[in-house]
Write a protein that binds this ligand. Structure first.
Ligand SMILES: Nc1ncnc2c1ncn2[C@@H]1O[C@H](COP(=O)(O)OP(=O)(O)O)[C@@H](O)[C@H]1O
Ligand SMILES: [Mg+2]
Length: 313
């Protein structure tokens, strides 16, 4: 509202200073009400200037917000990428170390075999059979298992983990895997209690489930500090439940969230062998079978891994 006696020049200056502060008292009504045509033009020009400035400021603010969003997204991607790269590098270091260890043992054992066969005096071939050949066999098995794990990574990452479901009695399967661990049980003198509540039948991929059970059991041996291990299979309504319990080092809550991801190991690589892939592969197999895998644990209190699978209807 122009004050009484305000000159054109004063009016224009007042509007300009308003506009500079992001405000404007000019409206369509003020323009209509202005009898002076020239002043009307000027007022209209001011209003347009004000609106242009407002929209430009809004655009600038939006651009700043967008830039902040992009930066945050980039930071997130960078952190994710760095973590993935770190996990991969650590994996490669562990993988090459893990692969070299059995090869070194194999070479040494082969030298012994050569020596004993060359001499071939009484009793020496017996020593070969009893001592060196089992070591050779164990190391070859270990290498094979490591290479299979690495192949599974490629299969899972390219979506080629194909299951072949067929009728399976889970109790039989677990008994079979447990039997394969007999030499391990004897060597480590670990008490292994197995409770099988037959029947627990379903349609699953037996070879893949074998892999899951084998990994859970070898983890229980590896991280169980030689204390008793319990394995149980039972049916609970529409689900088959497999539990592997150890009383070893346990897993912190933080690590419990990570161990089912690829390449992650909760213990340092110089402590205990393994690629850190087993639980991730187990997780992928169980999920692809329509089931779930979970862990209950606390540091020092041991761990219980439970696999839940849908049973045949
Ligand atoms: N029974 C267990 N007790 C304590 N820690 C475990 C157990 N099983 C798995 N973990 C932790 O989870 C990590 C991932 O396990 P896994 O994927 O089987 O890899 P790996 O056994 O080859 O290290 C292990 O490195 C270990 O830190
Ligand atoms: Mg393992």
């Amino acid at each position: 509202v122009p004050s009484v006696g305000e000159s054109w020049a004063d009016q224009i200056l007042r509007h300009l200073s308003d506009i500079g502060r992001g405000q404007c008292a000019i409206s369509d009504a003020t323009i209509e009400a202005e009898p002076n045509l020239e002043l009307r033009q000027i007022l209209l020009g001011h209003l347009i200037l004000h609106e242009d400035l407002l929209s430009e400021r809004a655009q600038r603010e939006e651009a700043v917000r967008e830039q902040a969003r992009i930066s945050a997204e980039q930071r997130r991607l960078t952190v994710g990428l760095e973590r993935a790269l770190e996990a991969r590098d650590q994996f490669l270091a562990i993988a090459s170390h893990e692969l070299r260890t059995p090869i070194t043992t194999l070479l040494l054992q082969l030298e012994c075999v050569k020596l004993l066969v060359g001499r071939n005096r009484g009793g020496e071939l017996e020593e070969l059979k009893a001592r060196h050949l089992p070591v050779l066999r164990r190391q070859v098995d270990r290498l094979t298992a490591l290479i299979m794990e690495m192949l599974d990574v490629a299969r899972i990452n390219t979506g080629r983990l194909e299951l072949q479901p067929a009728p399976v009695e889970l109790c039989d399967l677990v008994a079979e895997v447990v039997e394969r661990f007999e030499p391990e049980v004897a060597r480590r003198r670990v008490a292994l209690h197995v409770t099988l509540a037959r029947p627990v039948a379903g349609r699953w991929d037996a070879a893949r489930l074998d892999q899951v059970i084998t990994n859970l059991l070898s983890n229980a041996f590896r991280y169980g500090e030689g204390r008793p291990i319990d394995v149980s299979v039972r049916r609970d309504g529409g689900r088959a439940l497999l539990a592997v319990r150890d009383r070893g080092i346990g897993i912190s809550l933080d690590d419990q969230k990570r161990i089912f991801s690829p390449f992650t190991r909760a213990v340092s690589s110089d402590h205990i062998a393994g690629l850190g892939l087993g639980l991730w592969i187990a997780h992928e197999i169980v999920e692809a079978s329509g089931g779930q895998i979970r862990v209950e644990s606390a540091p020092g209190a041991g761990s219980t891994f439970t696999v839940e699978l849908p049973v045949a209807a």
